[in-house]
Design a protein around this ligand. Structure first.
Ligand code: ZN
Length: 673
């Protein structure tokens, strides 16, 4: 439940750190539909030792080998469909400038980006702009040997299945349905459940769970739930189970990586991870997670597994993902300082003292440089992560919190001069404030959210950690954001030397409010509600502050020449409101007050003012800024001596989006071979 996603397309940025990319680095790769694809730089890779470079390389191979898994988790026809679309694309002999072909190409790029037929963010099914006739004609033009038929399937049977999957808007309409008035299991198109109802799944797990277990297993994390002979059965993801062919490849590369591990501890937990992949035993995964969280020494680090559960409407099954990264040592001094002072912050948090954590455990925080993104973290990725997710492990052993600086930097650099600030920020003075301090305060906000926010607070004895049910993620993200906002304005950051100006926090306050009230609406279709947990969190905070700050005119929305702008009149008072809301949100969580949570979410987080929404969409449309962005990975290319030993690994940034996607499908698709 702990990832930070980029908040908005940031405006012009300055004060990038000393690791800034060279000026000629081209961040822009591709543009289609509502997506822009960027590339990110990996500063510092050349300075790693050969052993570390090998580690990055082997772990990157292990990362790519899981790609098919996320495709299949997202929907049972995705892999077959991807193969078919790619065959059509590379074998097409017709007019490549025709509208039909261009629409087909856009659709394929969208499907690549979503790792399946649903949008990565809204989880709505993509709408093809090419005709069914065109598609069927292209399938018929393919030689039989290029058709990705399942065992015993005829071409016609394949078309009968896939045509509605692509063209019928009522078939598999939504990847993840969160509408709690419906059966969210039966109405979600993803492939985590099959032939079962929400009630059956809930009853099944309620029966398994032991409420008195102090170290509860993360039930369902690595399983698909199906019905066999009328009974609920879990099919586990492991070497001899579901996704075994992909997991075998992951294990192969992890085994090689193990030999170049930086220390014994790292070698040991890679061994444990391999045992978990081999058996599917979730106790092994806990064991691995605990050992992994304790390793703060290794510079090269990685995530590889079934991790985040946003893609499951019931929040249990982990989406397969991988991050390969290494520590950004100079920038990590900042997060280290924050982590070392975690108790200081907790003791002064503006919540009821009963809800504070008496001893904040092991907040290990670092800034990392991403080297490879994969699975659910690719092409769209988070800018910060905080793992492991199991609450009892976090409480007993702490968590690892990271800020991914080179990704944040790529976003900022790619946004330079896009006109966003000129359009949405109220005046020159505020724009100057943002130019000067938004990059650092935005990064700090992520640090504080991850290092302190999620790790803060405690539940009263006997309160169920899942008491907020479907609003669990929203409330948790709200809490972490409020904690971060509150301390961003604290003089302690000046005292620690992290910020050099007591006014700096105002840049993030302005952006956060503007985003929560206005600019994030760009990501939502007119007429729809806010759904995604982080977006709900931001709107909840911004609207609550707007309403509670009305009386004293702390914050207001004002009109200038017919356009709406955010005006903050009193930043100090706004911070007080942040503290008040934090106290209430923490109370709700600590006491398990589900009713109050529902009220807060329904009053502030979900509904959108239609007039304002239309205005924002219109203003955005004049800027031509794509609402979503993601990345291609660099390629790591080994050079060998005559004996076949790797003597160096070079990094190559030249690959385009289509080339990369086709290469991954060709070289890393163990489930479609
Ligand atoms: Zn978070």
């Amino acid at each position: 439940m702990k990832k930070v996603i980029p908040t908005l397309v940031l405006g012009a940025m300055i004060s990038l750190n000393a690791n800034s990319a060279p000026k000629d680095f081209d961040y822009h790769v591709d543009n289609f539909a509502d997506i822009e694809v960027l590339r990110y730089e990996v500063p510092g890779f050349d300075d790693l030792s050969l052993r570390q470079k090998k580690m990055v390389y082997y772990l990157s191979q292990a990362a790519h080998m899981g790609r098919d898994i996320i495709w299949d988790q997202h929907g049972k026809y995705n892999l077959q469909l991807r193969q078919l679309l790619e065959e059509i694309y590379v074998n097409y002999n017709g007019d490549k400038t025709s509208d039909e072909f261009k629409a087909f190409e856009t659709y394929l790029k969208q499907v690549w980006f979503g790792n399946g037929i649903h949008h990565h963010y809204s989880t709505e099914k993509f709408v093809p702009k090419f005709s069914q006739e065109f598609f069927v004609a292209q399938v018929n033009a393919l030689p039989q040997s290029k058709l990705p038929l399942c065992d015993g399937q005829t071409k016609q049977e394949m078309l009968n299945t896939l045509v509605p999957v692509i063209f019928d808007p009522t078939v598999m309409a939504k990847g993840v349905n969160q509408d709690s008035s419906q059966d969210v299991v039966a109405t979600s198109a993803n492939n985590l459940y099959e032939g079962v109802t929400q009630a059956e799944v809930e009853a099944y797990f309620a029966n398994l769970k032991d409420p008195n277990d102090k170290t509860p297993i993360s039930y369902g994390l690595n399983t698909k739930i199906v019905k066999k002979d009328g009974k609920i059965v879990e099919e586990s993801y492991h070497l001899n189970g579901l996704y075994g062919d992909a997991i075998a490849e992951i294990i192969y590369w992890l085994t090689i990586a193990k030999d170049v591990a930086e220390n014994d501890a790292q070698r040991d937990y890679i061994t444990t991870l391999i045992e978990y992949y081999t058996t599917g035993d979730l106790r092994k995964f806990d064991e691995y997670s605990i050992a992994w969280v304790k390793d703060t020494e290794s510079e090269v680090d990685f995530v590889n597994g079934f991790i985040e559960s946003y893609g499951d409407p019931l929040g249990m099954t982990g989406a397969w993902e991988s991050y390969v990264n290494f520590k950004n040592v100079p920038a990590s001094k900042r997060t280290q300082l924050i982590g070392e002072n975690a108790q200081w912050f907790e003791d002064r948090s503006p919540v009821d003292p009963r809800f504070r954590k008496p001893v904040v455990k092991g907040v290990s925080a670092k800034v990392i440089t991403a080297a490879t993104l994969a699975g659910d973290a690719f092409p769209a990725t988070a800018i910060g992560i905080n793992l492991p997710n199991a609450n009892w492990i976090r409480a007993a052993h702490g968590s690892k919190s990271v800020t991914i600086e080179n990704i944040t930097e790529a976003y900022a650099m790619a946004s330079k001069g896009n006109g966003f600030n000129e359009e949405f920020v109220i005046d020159d003075k505020t724009r100057k404030l943002l130019d000067e301090y938004l990059y650092i305060t935005d990064m700090l906000h992520t640090d504080l959210h991850e290092c302190l926010g999620h790790g803060s607070g405690q539940l009263l004895p006997g309160v169920d950690p899942d008491a907020m049910k479907e609003h669990g993620s929203t409330l948790e993200e709200t809490r972490a954001d409020l904690y971060a906002l509150y301390y961003l304005a604290d003089p302690k950051l000046i005292e620690l030397g992290i910020l050099d100006n007591p006014e700096a926090y105002k840049a993030e306050y302005y952006k956060f409010m503007m985003n929560g009230l206005m600019t994030q609406l760009n990501r939502i279709e007119l007429g729809k509600d806010v759904e995604e947990a982080h977006m709900r969190d931001r709107q909840l905070i911004a609207k609550w502050i707007l309403e509670h700050g009305k009386k004293g005119k702390v914050v207001e929305l004002v009109k200038r020449k017919g356009k709406t702008y955010l005006k903050i009149n009193n930043y100090e008072k706004m911070r007080e409101l942040v503290g008040q809301l934090l106290a209430e949100v923490q109370r709700i969580k600590s006491e398990g007050d589900y009713e109050a949570c529902c009220k807060l979410v329904n009053d502030y987080a979900v509904k959108i003012d239609q007039k304002l929404h239309a205005e924002i969409l219109q203003r955005y449309s004049t800027l031509d800024i794509p609402p979503y962005r993601g990345f291609v990975n660099p390629q790591y290319i080994p050079t060998y001596d005559e004996k076949g030993n790797i003597i160096d690994i070079k990094i190559d940034y030249s690959e385009g989006y289509t080339d990369q996607m086709l290469r991954l499908s060709r070289d890393y698709s163990p489930l479609t071979k």
